[in-house]
Design a protein around this ligand. Structure first.
Ligand SMILES: *[C@@H]1O[C@H](CO)[C@@H](O)[C@H](O)[C@H]1NC(C)=O
Ligand SMILES: *[C@@H]1O[C@H](CO)[C@@H](O)[C@H](O)[C@H]1NC(C)=O
Ligand SMILES: *[C@@H]1O[C@H](CO)[C@@H](O)[C@H](O)[C@H]1NC(C)=O
Ligand SMILES: *[C@@H]1O[C@H](CO)[C@@H](O)[C@H](O)[C@H]1NC(C)=O
Ligand SMILES: *[C@@H]1O[C@H](CO)[C@@H](O)[C@H](O)[C@H]1NC(C)=O
Length: 204
């Protein structure tokens, strides 16, 4: 007997007892039998992640925050900005470390220095966006506030493009590929955040 059919069996028995042995005529659909205590917010996050370009990365980062997000588009957007902000901060730390302890050509050093500035700009943009999120709903400027957040988070994506452009034409090497690894990751997170911000701007 499979797990599914055994669960169905248990439910049938429970139903039979509940209904004093009246005949149960419903079909047994295992998918509807959500166990008690299952966090049903998980589906909301998974469905939402499935609308982004990077569902796996999205689950990995957001499923930790089901309690915060629950099933609210606003908290989904805000939390996605927050995890992106954290990733940008670790990107910044990693770059600072590279600039201190790696041996770099002058070109690499200059490109890395610019990336550090662009990453720092993006961190500021995420901070501004979260602050704006905190004030949303207080006034009557929802559309303007959302448009500001969309602008700032899009600007972060541009910052990351500019960072990688600084390395274009340079030969592949440890620094370039290490920077790319971090920047691609944080760009993908930014794209996820932007998708949820755009969604919240529409659904309110
Ligand atoms: C999820 O849980 C909430 C609160 O416990 C409940 O109101 C809601 O009906 C549940 N949704 C589903 C699909 O089980
Ligand atoms: C999300 O997409 C995956 C892959 O296409 C699918 O297996 C999964 O059932 C979807 N999850 C939800 C909650 O829609
Ligand atoms: C992307 O960033 C997140 C958050 O900092 C981190 O947990 C994850 O491991 C990173 N993924 C890759 C592939 O570097
Ligand atoms: C800094 O870079 C060195 C050399 O690559 C590495 O061993 C160390 O783990 C890095 N430290 C941090 C905090 O990333
Ligand atoms: C957004 O997330 C941050 C970090 O968890 C939190 O401090 C802030 O209150 C949240 N804002 C909203 C509107 O949820």
């Amino acid at each position: 007997m499979t797990m599914e059919s055994s669960n169905c069996h248990a439910v049938l028995i429970a139903l039979l007892i509940l209904h004093h042995l009246t005949t149960y005529t419903g079909t047994c659909q295992a998918s509807r039998l959500t166990p008690i205590n299952t966090n049903n917010y998980t589906d909301y996050i998974k469905n939402s992640c499935n609308t982004t370009l990077y569902p796996q990365l999205c689950y990995k980062l957001l499923l930790k925050y089901t309690d915060k997000i629950q099933a609210h588009p606003k908290f989904l957007a805000n939390t996605s900005i927050y995890v992106t902000f954290l990733a940008a901060k670790s990107t910044s730390v990693a770059m600072k470390n590279m600039s201190k302890s790696w041996s770099l050509s002058p070109g690499e050093a200059a490109a890395l220095h610019d990336c550090m500035e662009e990453t720092s700009d993006s961190i500021y943009e995420f901070q501004k966006s979260m602050k704006e999120m905190d004030h949303i709903g207080e006034g009557s400027n929802f559309e303007l506030e959302m448009s500001n957040i969309q602008t700032w988070v899009s600007a972060a994506l541009t910052d990351y493009d500019t960072c990688m452009d600084g390395f274009s034409g340079m030969k592949e090497g440890n620094v370039k590929s290490e920077v790319r690894k971090y920047i691609v990751n944080v760009s993908h997170l930014t794209s996820i955040a932007l998708a949820f911000i755009n969604n919240y701007a529409v659904v309110g």
